[in-house]
Design a binder for this molecule. Structure first.
Ligand code: FAD
Length: 275
């Protein structure tokens, strides 16, 4: 497929999860991804697991991107972790603010992802390619769509190379977002984040938390399948493949799959895109 692909994983918590993720990665590597990334729990809660999975991906001969979130972190801690990532041979980061669980306050010496991007550039120059997050359907805590867009511009101008979107099921939100950032003079790639639909309860929970909208017709269809996992998966594959086709036709520069550490749905969507 001539469309660049990337796959996102989270650090598994158990030996069984580690083994499952290794197997999933091998399936996904056949699609020749540009890179694979590993999420990083806010407050550094998963740094060991994140860096462990990143090390494995590098050892498997693939390009790895480590996510890196700054909320609750100190400059000293971030400096140490950047040094560690460089020693490991990591050259790509997904730089984020992150979300601390409620009750933790914000604390730390960084308020926004733009502070982290600026700090990484000041400390390490061009040692890392930096991706940042963006929200075609608007970040849930943004004061307004305009303020969110301005915050995104600030983050890019602080030194990010490209952006990956939160997932969405309405391609118009993506195309509108890209138009808006182009009008503001930004020309970096905006890669679309793609969430395969595998488990409807989990998807509804995630989407409520991160502000990604599930269109009514998709929500109702998923609800109507109840516990019928096979129908949910079949419907999800059709919907998400169609979304990716629309994005490809509209010139998306890449697709970033939120794999949830599973390979089957991402592999099947890519197979259909190739067919
Ligand atoms: P920011 O860009 O800092 O934006 C956060 C909010 O602050 C937005 O509402 C924005 O409009 C506002 N804002 C920004 N700058 C300013 C300013 N100067 N003044 C006023 N308001 C401002 N979370 C994790 O914990 N770990 C991960 O590994 C992870 N990976 C992710 C990967 C992708 C591709 C995406 C899309 C999200 C990921 N997240 C991850 C979730 C992310 O951390 C949350 O969405 C978080 O709430 C915002 O992070 P951000 O980097 O986009 O923050």
């Amino acid at each position: 497929m001539n469309l660049p692909l990337s796959f996102e994983f989270f650090p598994p918590k158990t030996p069984e999860g580690v083994a499952k993720l290794r197997a999933a990665r091998q399936q996904l590597y056949r699609l020749k991804p540009e890179f694979c990334s590993v999420t990083y729990g806010a407050g550094g809660s998963t740094s060991e697991g994140t860096f462990g999975a990143v090390k494995e991906i590098l050892a498997e001969g693939m390009t790895a991107a480590s996510h890196f979130s700054c909320i609750g972190a100190t400059r000293t801690r971030v400096r140490e972790q950047l040094a560690l990532l460089r020693t490991m041979g990591v050259k790509r980061l997904v730089a984020l603010r992150g979300d601390l669980p409620s009750g933790y306050g914000t604390g730390g010496e960084f308020h926004y992802a733009s502070d982290l991007v600026a700090f990484i550039r000041a400390e390490t120059g061009d040692a890392f390619r930096i991706e940042v997050a963006c929200y075609p359907e608007v970040h849930p805590q943004a004061r307004s769509p305009e303020a969110d867009l301005q915050a995104f511009v600030t983050k890019i101008r602080a030194g990010a190379n490209s952006a990956i979107t939160q997932y969405f099921y309405n391609p118009d939100s993506y195309f509108r977002f890209v138009d808006d950032v182009r009008k503001l003079g930004l020309d970096m790639p905006v890669v679309a984040g793609v969430m395969p639909i595998v488990n409807s309860t989990q998807l509804m929970r995630f989407s409520d938390a991160c502000g990604a909208e599930i269109p009514r017709w998709i929500r109702l269809r998923l609800q109507s399948y109840g516990d019928d996992g096979a129908s949910i998966k079949a419907f999800g594959l059709d919907v998400v493949t169609r979304l990716c086709e629309q994005l490809r036709a509209g010139g998306v520069p890449g697709l970033h799959f939120y794999t949830m550490n599973q390979s089957a749905a991402s592999v099947e969507i890519c197979r259909r895109l190739l067919a």
